[in-house]
Design a protein. Structure first.
Length: 640
């Protein structure tokens, strides 16, 4: 079937040829069928001219970018890069015309992609991902800490810089090498010669490549000094470097250095659970704490008061840089130190990657993120992934025509294109003072790191009342609890109902290890404990991990997010105005807004084999009886 034949010439709006070509590829790959495509075309024909067919398929949950780029890489359609970027939603036609006009005026030949990046019309990483698929390559954005050290040691920095490549890993009999230009045959030849092996080229953005090479160069310059200090675990510096490096390598979110009666215990929080790492003598505590205080720029002479600090730690082993937030707490046995490990490799998740169910994500985008104003609250306990979700939302909203400004404590992820501020009460830079200054900065979107008290809650509400979109986080058990806590802070019910557009509650629960997972039969009593029976769980495929080296014999490796997105419909707003009970508001939300609760979303993920019923029971609140798996899956939509 030829691509243009997919479209009825009688339609008022005919899809551009690029959309037709991509649709044909989706048909050929059997991602969609003709009946489904016809339905998408009918929707597309009724929308404005800025919309592309692919964006319609995306919003309908019929296709996703990763799948589309994989198909383009496989079949190599004859599509110009500018047209492809428009169809995938990275550019609009006006921006492409501006770039082409500017390109024609350049005295020397400039590539369109370079021009788009230079004018900040597209991010380098996004351009690389799309361009790689067009050229028939995979793309990768590895940090230096993710690359194989043995491969890196085979090649000089001078050669890596000259030919713009980075050895990444060994795959079967080939070595995966990331090139800024994988079509550069001279660079590929030099890489193969230096590594003495056949290579598999992938494409990397120049910004990521330059950052990785700079980190590698720093590591080599100070290699001798670092190795000496790090290997000497008899010193406080060496001991701390080893602890921090191990925590980062194992993916710990927190490091606990705890003084007990007879010894000092070090534990890592991995996948939400504390694990023993090491012990050392009590006599070494003062030296270790003092060294951490020096690194965190805290007062080493003060041992009677609690303190806070921050460390930018460059791992001497991997070269990666991590932001560490440090808390010193005075106990009867000495100072207890807890270090939160932030923004490892500074990687942000795109909104589709956070793990929200397709239908829930689509409603959240359209009814909340794309609303012109109002407050969007992400809620959950400490360590539930609220900040990551908040930044994914910021990434989704961040573009050249939008002004985004933040007040955070502290700034955990640095994002290009937005104005970020770290709150510092010592300098009289408070949330309230920052908000007053914010509104004079002409922002479209205001991001408040966290609602902590009635004052910051009122600040968020007032900002929304002035027509701004406000994103913030909150500590409550579920989405309904977020609304009730605002009421308990003496925020007027009519202000909450008129400004809050959505409350997203979330948790992180442990994921079944992919290396040792196996199918299991579930005990009916386990189902009963979560409110299900055998009939309710029809169609489920439960799994658990047997335990292996990869997961340290826990059966779990990594975590999966569970969500509950409450969009405030008119019945919900009316219930808030009437100050109904949480049970009543929850029932109205389920009936009128299609709310899928945290428990239901967790059960759906357990039924898909992503986590276990034991984890669901351990982590998620059981506030109402869950619906059947069939009904939950219908509400959530088909998962990719």
């Amino acid at each position: 079937m030829s691509a243009p034949a997919l479209f009825d010439s009688s339609d008022e709006q005919v899809a551009p040829n690029t959309g037709a070509q991509l649709a044909e590829l989706l048909l050929r790959a059997e991602i969609i069928d003709e009946k489904t495509l016809d339905r998408a075309i009918r929707v597309f024909s009724k929308l404005d001219t800025e919309t592309t067919l692919f964006s319609v398929l995306l919003k309908m949950g019929l296709a996703d970018e990763k799948t589309m780029l994989g198909i383009i890489e496989r079949w190599q359609p004859a599509i110009k890069i500018g047209e492809l970027l428009i169809e995938l939603g990275y550019l609009n036609a006006s921006q492409l015309r501006q770039a082409l006009m500017a390109q024609s005026k350049e005295e020397e030949e400039v590539k369109l992609g370079e021009l788009l990046v230079a004018r900040r019309m597209i991010k380098p990483v996004d351009l690389t991902r799309v361009l790689a698929s067009q050229l028939g390559y995979s793309s990768a954005e590895p940090e230096i800490g993710e690359c194989d050290n043995e491969l890196l040691n085979k090649v000089s920095i001078k050669l890596l810089k000259r030919f713009s490549f980075l050895p990444v890993s060994i795959d079967a009999n080939n070595i995966v090498v990331a090139f800024a230009d994988p079509n550069d045959q001279e660079a590929r030849t030099e890489a193969a010669r230096a590594l003495n092996s056949a290579i598999e080229p992938v494409m990397i953005s120049m910004t990521t490549l330059q950052r990785a090479l700079a980190a590698l160069e720093r590591r080599r310059v100070s290699k001798t000094e670092d190795e000496t200090r790090s290997s000497d675990t008899n010193t406080a510096s060496g001991k701390i470097n080893v602890i921090f490096s191990d925590a980062i390598r194992e993916g710990a979110s927190d490091i606990h250095v705890e003084p007990l009666r007879e010894h000092i215990r070090v534990r890592f929080r991995i996948d939400g659970v504390l694990r023993e790492h090491s012990e050392f003598e009590h006599s070494e505590l003062d030296a270790v704490v003092s060294r951490i205080k020096i690194m965190a720029e805290a007062d080493i002479s003060e041992r009677r008061r609690h303190q806070d600090g921050r460390i930018e730690f460059e791992d001497p082993f991997s070269g990666s840089i991590s932001d560490l937030r440090v808390s010193f707490y005075v106990t009867v046995h000495g100072e207890c130190v807890v270090i939160r490990v932030l923004n490892q490799n500074n990687k942000l998740l795109e909104l589709p990657q956070i793990g929200m169910a397709p239908n829930m994500l689509a409603r959240f985008k359209v009814l909340a993120l794309e609303a012109p104003s109002g407050v969007i609250i992400v809620t959950g306990p400490t360590g539930s992934g609220k900040t990551s979700t908040l930044y994914s939302c910021v990434q989704y909203l961040n573009n050249d025509s939008t002004s985004i400004i933040t007040a955070e404590d502290p700034v955990e992820f640095q994002v290009d294109g937005i104005s970020q501020c770290s709150v510092n009460p010592k300098l009289d830079r408070t949330f309230e003072g920052s908000l007053r200054a914010m509104v004079r900065q002409d922002p479209d979107i205001i991001v408040l790191g966290e609602i902590r008290d009635a004052t910051s809650a009122e600040s968020a509400i007032q900002a929304a009342l002035t027509g701004h979109k406000v994103l913030t986080t909150f500590h409550t058990e579920d989405s309904i609890g977020g609304l009730l806590r605002l009421l308990n802070m003496n925020i007027e019910a009519f202000l909450i109902s008129s400004t809050v557009v959505c409350v997203v509650a979330q948790r992180l629960i442990r994921r079944v290890c992919s290396k040792c997972s196996r199918d299991v039969e579930v005990d009916p009593q386990d189902l009963q404990l979560v409110g299900w029976d055998i009939q309710s769980a029809g169609g489920a495929r439960f799994k658990e991990g047997a335990g292996c080296d990869t997961c340290h014999y826990t059966g779990y490796k990594g975590r999966v997010a569970v969500f509950e997105a409450l969009v405030l419909t008119e019945p919900v707003k009316e219930a808030i105005l009437q100050r109904k009970t949480s049970a009543t508001i929850r029932r109205i939300s389920v009936e009128s807004s299609g709310l899928v609760t945290l428990l239901e979303d967790g059960l759906a993920k357990a039924a898909n084999g992503e986590t276990t019923l034991r984890e669901v029971r351990r982590t998620l609140p059981r506030l109402s009886k869950p619906r059947s798996l069939v009904e939950i899956r219908r509400l959530n939509g088909k998962s990719k």
